[in-house]
Design a protein around this ligand. Sequence first.
Ligand SMILES: C[S@@+](CC[C@H](N)C(=O)[O-])C[C@H]1O[C@@H](n2cnc3c(N)ncnc32)[C@H](O)[C@@H]1O
Length: 258
Amino acid sequence: MQENEDEIKLNQSKLSNIEYWNDFYKRERKEFSDDSDFTGEIWFDENGAEQKMIDFLIQQLDEEQLFSNKDVIEVLDVGTGNAHFMVEFAEQVVEECDLASSFAHTGIDYSPDSVEFAQQVIDKKLEENEAIGEKHKFTVEQVDVLQKNCEFLAKNKERFDILVDKGTLDAIALSQVPLEEFDGKKPFNVYASQVSQVMKKGSILLITSCNFTEDELVKIITSDKNTGLSVMKKLKYPSFKFGGTEGSTICTIAFVKN
Ligand SMILES: C[S@@+](CC[C@H](N)C(=O)[O-])C[C@H]1O[C@@H](n2cnc3c(N)ncnc32)[C@H](O)[C@@H]1O
């Protein structure tokens, strides 16, 4: 299927190459081995995106009692990078919530260097703060979410309660190369149908993007009705005005699987 003219367009960038990310996480691992306090770049930290995402999830779990009937809440970090989000989220859940449920956190990334670094960051955090390990288990796995017939997606159908994506769809969208195995669709147009496979009914997909406007992100995630995804909540950031238009440089949207 050819994509139409009003398709959302971004420029091709090296950030869409696995080689770029392998080199990136090799450098981060090297820095970590020289200084164990360095646990890698926190994407969108300047916008406070990670904290906003964590606050939203904690509010859902704690105040709204979402998934409170579950013994184990399954969380998937799509494109986990250095696993910073997973360990920070777990730490804040331990500090701020009194939940009966345990958590199984799974981080996936297509870069083997990310997977190695993520495991090191997790090991360090569990060593520093043993309380986290009591109710939070972590797994990291090398997975390309855009792979046709992806084994991980097939094996984990409808498993997860929460999916988190901070900057991964953004990186994916920086490739304009059509995917032959998906009828020539662009990578970002394949993303939702891939990741939604592992979402349970009622589960949440929380995405932060700096490449798309809210409207574009909604279009990308909800256009394919087979995914069952719809908007649950748009998180608020300070906005600016330019040439009469109001906007913000980043957006975070929670989608729910119906
Ligand atoms: C901007 S980084 C964000 C990393 C992490 N989420 C964070 O907030 O620190 C984008 C991540 O997406 C990963 N990635 C890109 N394409 C991917 C794909 N097709 N499958 C899995 N991971 C991918 C990269 O390796 C990289 O770790």
